[in-house]
Design a protein. Structure first.
Ligand SMILES: Cc1cc2nc3c(=O)[nH]c(=O)nc-3n(C[C@H](O)[C@H](O)[C@H](O)COP(=O)(O)OP(=O)(O)OC[C@H]3O[C@@H](n4cnc5c(N)ncnc54)[C@H](O)[C@@H]3O)c2cc1C
Length: 212
């Protein structure tokens, strides 16, 4: 997407990282049908767990439901990973409600009601997001790429200033060596890059200010 292209080392590092999807499903009920002492329902599927007649295959990649605190209303939050997380971005909310209800009834053996509202995230389909989590893949291990390689600034000569300055600096959750895939990791990489920009500005200030 960059014109001119990023340096090969940087674009190769980006290619090496993985980026995959997870989908959250919010089920809102008329009333709380779970017990006060329950916090959620984690589903343990065996390899040969049968799919009930009419049950969608994506359900087997559903890992469980958390019970949201009561100030959110009567809401269960379901988690789906892997390829199924992409499938459920494309099916109707009514279908998701029916499928989740089948799964809950199957695992809990209770008369679980249908939710009155369903909302699911669609990060994979969102052109500005395209997924949920970046991760260090086998390709990173093979090529010895580490997250902080992404912090390497792209330096270019600014003809107007006759200076070499960083013109592209990446930051974000993929670029932190130890706190990758977290908000605080993303934040710290932003701080690291901001500190570098300040350093350049301090060093080059006289030349930069004399031009503007
Ligand atoms: C389901 C889920 C649960 C999570 N739970 C936790 C948790 O409990 N604790 C935790 O620490 N972390 C958690 N994370 C991870 C955390 O949310 C991310 O690591 C963090 O938000 C990443 O920040 P970022 O700035 O790197 O990227 P983002 O927050 O993704 O910011 C990138 C921004 O760039 C925008 N963008 C993309 N392309 C363009 C473009 N071409 N032009 C303009 N804008 C563009 C995007 O819309 C987005 O707003 C969770 C993530 C997910 C998906």
């Amino acid at each position: 997407m960059f014109l001119p292209a990023l340096p090969n080392s940087l674009s190769q590092t980006i290619q090496n990282f993985g980026f995959e999807n997870i989908t959250k499903i919010y089920l809102k009920y008329e009333e709380r049908w779970w017990r006060e002492d329950e916090y959620g329902f984690q589903l343990v599927w065996s390899r040969d767990s049968s799919i009930l007649p009419g049950e969608a295959t994506w359900c087997k990649e559903m890992t469980g439901f958390d019970i949201m605190p009561s100030n959110y209303g009567n809401v269960l939050l379901g988690w789906v990973g892997s390829e199924s997380s992409k499938i459920i971005e494309t099916i109707s909310e009514d279908q998701i409600a029916a499928d989740c209800t089948k799964v809950l009834r199957k695992f809990l053996n209770r008369n679980v009601p249908m939710p009155k509202e369903v909302f699911r995230t669609q990060w994979h389909s969102n052109p500005y997001v395209r997924g949920s989590y970046s991760f260090s893949s086998d390709r990173c291990d093979e090529s010895c790429s580490k997250p902080s390689d992404l912090l390497q600034p792209v330096i270019a000569k600014c003809a107007e200033l006759d200076l070499e300055i960083p013109i592209v600096m990446l930051a974000g959750e993929a670029a932190h060596d130890s706190h990758f895939s977290t908000t605080h990791g993303a934040y710290e990489t932003g701080e690291t890059q901001a500190a570098r920009i300040l350093q350049v500005l301090k060093q080059q200030q006289p030349q930069i200010w004399s031009k503007y």
